[in-house]
Write a new protein. Sequence first.
Length: 97
Amino acid sequence: MSTHSLLSEPDRIEEPQKAQEYWEMLSRVASTHQPVIVRRGGTDFAAVISVEHLGLLRDLLAQQEAERLAAQVDWVRVVQVSPPPQQWFEGEEPKPF
C-alpha cells in the first residue's frame, strides 16, 4: 500500500445495481487499495476502503483517544502519588524519557 493511495482523491461511482457490479467494485478496492466513494442519486453515500486502510483508521482513532485521555491526567499529581520505581533510572542502557 502506497502513501499515494492514502492521499489521492477517491473515485466516485454511482451505487452499483447488480451483484456483479458490487463484486467488481470490491475486487477493485481490494486489489488497488484505492478507496471508492459510492454515490446514490448524485450524493456521496458511503465509502468502500481496503482492510488495510480500515486498520490505519482504527489505529489513528485509538491514538487520538489515548491522547485525549492523557491530556486529562494530572501528571504532576500522578508522579507525587505513585512515583516511578528507582530501578527505571539505574543502569547504563538508554532511557526512553
